[in-house]
Design a protein around this ligand. Structure first.
Ligand SMILES: Nc1ncnc2c1ncn2[C@@H]1O[C@H](COP(=O)(O)OP(=O)(O)OP(=O)(O)O)[C@@H](O)[C@H]1O
Ligand SMILES: [Mg+2]
Length: 496
């Protein structure tokens, strides 16, 4: 339980990056045994603030106090040794090392002066048993080959191996599966209850924050705009604090008219998929939902020609494709916005401008010279339509806040005239205002007679948005639910 002793406190912290005031005089206190939720729009300054606390960014001014003494940690490692661990929004691991080696990097167990690999693995296994976020996680995986979720689990175990007194988690569940997220949350609750762990938890998933936190602090435009205690948690009130206006209806209306079939997959079989039959009609948002590993990403990647299939056909506007290839699908105006955007969707060393236009080079390069005027207008429109927060269009992607990177990936596909848009969990890490923008935009597309297929890891999003739902279990479609059958009970019965 929390008491009134401050354990970690930021006092009048300021941080400016070229052109952007990312943290503007924030004062915030975490008490012993407290679980403080930090929420706010993309680019509000949450990640920058917690990085200032642990010394990862150098503050322009202000002070940090830990256990009532002023601290000036030079990096996250110093903070960790002192008892404050930050789990990053986007962990960076040593790419050539395994999960186990990354976890114990710098404190490998040595046998006669040499690193003892088997001991490192054994210790990591003990850690995974103690913190079973995913009990079947393969600790021998090389970081370079890990998915975003696997990198996240590695980072969590690494920080927990230091037995911190304060744990700061920056959107830890954005890349985890629903099941892993639940386990992580119960682990945090247990550590809080039994060991008095104090926690700062950043997330865009409101249900999660409500369930876990004892207080919620809202950041807006680089400032803290208020704190709400558990007994006063109220969704609408907090949404209002985040975006400074009311959101009457969160999800757009469901489809009114449904037209002809735009895309249909018949009998797709592969190593991971068993006899998949799905279709999307004009005017429809089709949701695909299942537990992690049930094959959702495999379906959309197979349809888009990114995975080998053994059997099955794909029909677009009633015509069978000779072969399922990415280039063919793009030609037919079928686009995929992939999951795990760091690897598949973005060029993080490039600028916002380059990332947005890279998929439109044919349009911008009619005479082999980029039409600068056209390019600029495309990018500016994307930034405006999606409210991307960036200093200017030549800012490098990696320096954008996590959610703003996401918006760029989605924006870049929408200049083109799509026929079917396929999205793999598009709102992960996206703030509540932008989520709604994305929903409205998808509905606008379907109202124009386009089709949308969307995989989502959030069941409420599927229920709120989809006109038809396919549920999945172990690589097969387990049910097809029409609009009046879409509810939590029907979905869960078919995925468990
Ligand atoms: N290294 C950097 N260089 C330049 N600007 C940066 C850098 N890091 C952050 N910023 C800017 O500072 C602002 C705050 O970013 P921050 O990452 O703290 O937001 P956030 O609240 O964590 O957002 P999200 O929910 O999207 O993760 C943003 O406008 C971002 O572009
Ligand atoms: Mg962030």
């Amino acid at each position: 339980m929390s008491n009134n002793n401050p354990i970690l406190k930021g006092e009048s912290l300021y941080k400016r990056f070229e052109g952007v005031l990312a943290v503007n005089g924030i004062c915030s206190t975490l008490y012993e045994g407290d679980i403080l939720g930090l929420i706010g729009e993309n680019g509000a300054g949450k990640s920058t603030y917690v990085r200032l606390l642990v010394g990862e960014h150098i503050k322009d001014s202000g002070k940090v106090f830990y256990c009532n003494r002023e601290v000036n940690w030079m990096d996250t490692y110093e903070a960790l040794i002192d008892g404050v661990g930050l789990i990053h929004q986007k962990p960076t691991l040593v790419p050539e090392l395994t999960a186990a080696e990354n976890i114990f990097l710098g404190k490998e167990f040595t046998a006669k002066g040499l690193v003892d690999d088997s001991k490192v693995l054994k210790k990591a296994e003990e850690l995974l048993i103690k913190y079973p976020i995913n009990p079947s996680f393969d600790l021998k995986l090389i970081a370079r080959e890990m998915s975003a979720g696997q990198r996240e689990i590695t980072e969590i175990l690494k920080v927990l191996s230091f037995n911190p007194k304060v744990l700061i988690l920056d959107e830890p569940t954005a890349s985890l599966t629903e099941d892993e997220s639940k386990k992580l949350i119960s682990i945090i609750k247990k550590l809080n209850k039994e060991d008095g762990l104090s926690v700062i938890f950043i997330s865009h998933r409101m249900e999660e924050v409500f369930n876990l936190c004892t207080r919620i602090e809202v950041f807006r435009n680089a400032k803290s705009v208020g704190i709400v205690k558990k007994e006063d948690f109220d969704r609408n009130k907090i949404i209002h604090m985040i975006i400074n206006r009311d959101l009457s209806e969160f999800y757009p209306e469901k489809a009114v008219t449904i037209g002809k079939c735009l895309l249909e997959a018949k009998g797709l079989c592969s190593e991971d998929l068993k006899d998949i039959n799905i279709r999307v009609n004009a005017g429809e948002i089709v949701g695909i939902y299942g537990l992690s590993g049930a094959g959702m990403t495999e379906i959309v990647e197979s349809i888009f020609g990114l995975r080998k299939i053994d059997k099955g056909t794909l029909h677009i506007n009633g015509q069978e494709l000779k072969s399922i290839k990415v280039s063919q699908l793009i030609n037919k105006n079928v686009f995929l916005i992939p999951e795990d955007r760091d690897i598949k969707g973005l060029f993080t060393k490039f600028t916002v401008r380059e990332n947005m236009t890279i998929s439109h080079l044919d349009y911008l390069l009619p005479g082999f010279l980029i039409n600068k005027w056209k390019e600029k207008s495309i990018v500016k429109r994307g930034i405006k339509d999606f409210g991307v927060v960036c200093a200017d269009i030549n800012q490098e992607m990696h320096s954008l806040s996590g959610g703003n990177q996401q918006k760029v990936v989605i924006a870049k596909w929408l200049f083109k005239d799509c026929n079917v848009l396929i999205l793999d969990d598009p709102t992960v890490g996206v703030d509540i205002g932008t989520k709604r923008e994305i929903y409205l935009m998808l509905r606008k597309l379907t109202n124009k007679g386009k089709g949308v297929i969307m995989v989502s890891s959030e069941i409420l999003e599927i229920i709120g948005l989809a006109d038809r739902v396919y549920t999945m279990r172990e690589g097969s479609i387990s049910s097809e639910l029409c609009v009046n059958e879409i509810n939590q009970k029907n979905i869960l019965e078919n995925v468990l």
